[in-house]
Design a protein around this ligand. Structure first.
Ligand code: F6P
Length: 550
């Protein structure tokens, strides 16, 4: 690693200018910014594909945006972007290209890695997935006993679980309702137990999703699933071929497990786990929604990829959202970022974003290995909006922390709902609009007093406002819109990593825990003494063993 190439971000003139500008805005209030410019809402709204992005309720002016874009230019965000799209090995610590964008490229696109166009291979796998998904959906593919597959259980974790599990929820109304699709990730046996307890093994397909095919949780669950299937079917190893498929980059390990590599759907090391959802990892989802809907999803991703790749800085939405995060994280000391969807179907969306954002940008050394002297990725959190309103919104409204929040909503309810349930949509969205309004403008003590509130309660009932939010509104929640949303966040995370000069595509921070778990396990099971175990853990392991009667 070359210490000479170190970018001292916080010593650049662009950073200093932003810090000074932040001081100038110390007293600014959104109330006043909107009074000064009533057209601010329209002026600070951008559109990408079907997504309307209103960023007017942010503590920014034209000067802020200009200074942030200057920081992006100084840190060469677009240079790194171009390197990513060109297949350069921008994942420096793993010496890998970062090409999830190639997974959704059209058939005739050319994207080269080490001089080889990877797009044909992407489409070969997509075609193989489509053929398989259709065979399951039509009933042509049958299980070991000749019965039609009615249940699909995806076993994977992290990027091999969160994307398809999230998207299955989002697109439920587009799924074949005759199929039961479940997702198992936790090595806690309860997860697999609950997933299969009411399933008929003769009608169940297990999709083992693991990029490396070495992840202990996934291999353990897959082994238990295989035992369950073979025991319940009273069948031998030959039944595996009809009930297990693998999604992986590692053909050798797939074969070792006993899955025929003809039933393996491949992807490549230039697809990061948390960016793999639209690779073969999407197979369970494709089975559920069908290949055509899956293609619409990929097209949605591609639309935003093209926008990010080509739109000028002034109208580049992922750039803007990334820079707004930098503004709050680095100049307002915001520690977290809330993502609050006003759609029940997006219930797992924020959990998906947690891996995308926190595994990507939870770093404290720069791309050269030097400690960073600035804040990097935020804590990402949130749940669907109205539920949150009756739980933790209190803290966002009246607490002491700066919490920028994204509000995501849709003009139309999902088509499948009854007319009566569709009628509830306006109430849902009234809450959506009311919350960003309340957060931005608050309620002054004068307004509270004017309502006749007794003086001792005025402070309690006042809302300072000035809480920044982005509103993302689309007509309806379709596969394409989901793809657009995810790509938007992927590229937002990319922008922030580029500004902070960190490697957003490795995840060394998950390794230590894995290694220690392997060391501790024999102490739990066999009472083996683990050398070098600290006093606290030794005592806890002893307590665990005695509570288990060992
Ligand atoms: O432990 C973290 C991680 O490597 C993630 O980055 C990844 O998505 C997950 O584990 C699962 O990995 P695999 O797909 O190789 O099983």
């Amino acid at each position: 690693m070359n210490a000479e190439s170190r970018i001292r971000l916080n010593e650049t003139p662009e950073w200093t200018a932003l810090a000074e500008h932040r001081e100038e805005l110390a007293e600014a209030h959104l109330r006043e910014l909107f009074e000064r410019n009533p057209g601010r809402g329209a002026a600070y709204t951008l559109q990408v594909g079907d997504l309307h992005v209103d960023y007017s309720k942010h503590l920014i002016t034209d000067d802020t945006l200009r200074l942030l874009r200057e920081l992006a230019a100084a840190t060469d965000v677009f240079g790194l972007r171009d390197a990513m799209f060109a297949g350069e090995k921008i994942n420096v610590t793993e010496d890998r290209a970062v090409l999830h964008t190639a997974l959704r490229a059209p058939r005739d696109a050319v994207v080269e890695v080490d001089g080889e166009n990877v797009v044909p291979a992407v489409h070969t796998v997509l075609d193989k997935m489509s053929g398989f998904a259709e065979r399951i959906r039509s009933g042509e593919w049958t299980g070991h006993t000749g019965r039609r597959i009615k249940n699909v259980v995806n076993i994977g974790i992290g990027g091999s679980d969160l994307g398809p599990a999230m998207a299955y929820e989002v697109l439920r109304s587009f799924t074949d309702r005759d199929l039961t699709v479940r997702f198992v990730s936790n090595v806690d046996g309860a997860d697999l137990h609950e997933a299969v307890r009411d399933l008929d093994p003769a009608e169940t397909l297990f999709v083992i999703a693991s990029k490396t095919f070495t992840t202990i949780e996934t291999i353990t669950n897959a082994t238990s699933a295989r035992d369950w299937l073979l025991t319940e079917l009273k069948a031998g190893q030959e039944a595996v071929a009809k009930h297990f498929v693998a999604l992986s980059t590692n053909a050798e390990k797939v074969a070792d497990f006993g899955i025929d590599t003809a039933n393996m759907f491949e992807f490549w090391d230039w697809v990061g786990g948390r960016y793999s959802f639209d690779s073969a990892i999407g197979l369970s989802l494709m089975i559920a929604i069908g290949p055509d809907r899956f293609r619409e999803l990929l097209d949605g991703f591609h639309l935003v990829d093209e926008h990010f790749r080509t739109a000028p800085a002034e109208s580049n939405v992922p750039l803007l959202l990334g820079l707004l995060g930098v503004w709050y994280g680095n100049f307002f000391d915001a520690q977290s970022h809330a993502v609050l969807p006003y759609s029940h179907y997006l219930s797992k969306f924020t959990a998906y974003l947690q891996q995308l954002d926190m595994e990507s940008n939870g770093k404290s050394v720069d791309r050269d290995g030097n400690p960073v002297e600035w804040q990097t990725g935020p804590v990402v959190w949130g749940t669907p909006g109205t539920n949150g309103q009756h739980a933790y919104y209190q803290l966002i409204h009246q607490g002491t922390k700066v919490i920028p929040a994204d509000f995501i909503g849709f003009a139309e309810p999902v088509a499948e709902l009854s007319d009566g349930l569709k009628a509830q949509h306006d109430l849902l969205m009234a809450n959506f609009f009311a919350q960003t309004q309340a957060l931005a403008f608050g309620k002054t003590p004068e307004e509270v007093r004017a309502e006749g509130v007794s003086e001792e309660l005025v402070a309690h009932k006042s809302f300072a406002g000035n809480h920044p939010t982005t509103t993302i509104l689309a007509r309806s929640l379709t596969p394409s819109v989901l793809g657009q949303l995810i790509a938007l966040y992927e590229h937002k995370v990319f922008v922030q990593g580029a500004v902070w000069n960190i490697d957003s595509f490795d995840q060394w921070g998950v390794e230590l825990g894995k290694v220690l778990a392997k060391r501790v396990e024999p102490a739990l099971t066999e009472g083996v003494e683990v050398a070098g175990l600290d006093g606290s853990t030794t005592a806890l392991v002893g307590l665990y063993r005695s509570l288990r009667g060992r």
